[in-house]
Design a binder for this molecule. Structure first.
Ligand SMILES: [Zn+2]
Length: 275
């Protein structure tokens, strides 16, 4: 019996990513703030369809936007770890990363009554310490790496590489790695970014993006008997009206096509038998 799982994941960053990047004048901050309002319409869309999902919520959002964060829990969705301040681990010392990780998990315990089972790194940039710290923190899965697509892997520790030499993979851990990719993330498709160094055009047609996301599901159906497809969205990005309309269309098509919607926590547990 084929089984094609879809994980809908929302990185509930609000203003945190903008502050972490130093884009902290009023308009960039308001761009993140829009996520607070948009989270309500996303929760409604999910509720109307009875769909589970996973929200990676920074401690910053939990403590700055308590009511919006509580609504995620009330909707029955999984709350997972996404740092406290949205600083990428690759930019932190080991101690800074460990402190931030513990602080964010305390916020999650206060919100949900239990520690996070899963983690996704801010801006998808792990440090060489992250996997070990996640294991010490009692996590079951990470969702930050791009080395696979439909079949999760075991997260590794201690890969060895050097310019001009071959790479040697380190040991598998017991942490499930739930693969992701920028192509299934709303941010690069839609967000217009202009800085002194770079302009990212974004602002693509929502229907075109959803067509690509739908094709990814079709290819999973065609190529594996069992698999998980993970979509990554941000309330302040996907929550704009025309994008919501396109997303709703995709969700309805996926449901009709037999997609099994699961939280990442549940999907990661099931994945242990398929790695
Ligand atoms: Zn984020």
């Amino acid at each position: 019996m084929p089984r094609h799982i879809v994980c809908l994941t929302f990185d509930f960053d609000t203003e945190s990513g903008f502050i972490a990047r130093g884009w902290d004048s009023p308009t960039p901050l308001s761009r993140g703030e829009f996520g607070v309002m948009a989270s309500g319409r996303i929760l409604k869309t999910l509720k109307d369809r009875n769909l589970p999902s996973t929200w990676f919520v920074p401690g910053f959002t939990i403590e700055s936007h308590a009511a919006a964060s509580a609504a995620v829990v009330e909707g029955g969705h999984e709350v997972a770890h996404h740092s406290w301040a949205h600083v990428p681990p690759a930019l932190q010392s080991r101690d800074e990363e460990a402190e931030d990780m513990a602080r964010a998990n305390e916020a999650i315990v206060k919100l949900t009554g239990k520690k996070a089972r899963g983690y996704r790194s801010p801006s998808w940039d792990l440090s060489e310490n992250t996997i070990e710290l996640l294991i010490a923190e009692g996590m079951e899965y990470d969702s930050s790496l791009m080395g696979s697509d439909y079949i999760p892997t075991w997260a590794r520790r201690g890969d060895k590489f050097k310019l001009g030499e071959t790479i040697t993979y380190g040991d598998n851990t017991n942490l499930v790695e739930m693969p992701i990719t920028w192509s299934l993330d709303d941010f690069p498709h839609f967000e217009f970014i202009r800085t002194p160094d770079v302009t990212l055009p974004g602002l693509q047609s929502a229907r075109h993006v959803m067509d690509s996301w739908w094709d990814e599901f079709l290819y999973m159906q065609k190529s594996v008997e069992w698999g998980i497809l993970t979509y990554t969205m941000h309330p302040y990005v996907i929550g704009r009206g025309y994008r919501m309309l396109a997303l709703e269309g995709l969700l309805d098509k996926l449901a009709e096509a037999g997609a099994i919607f699961m939280t990442m926590e549940d999907a990661a547990r099931e994945a242990r038998d398929h790695i």
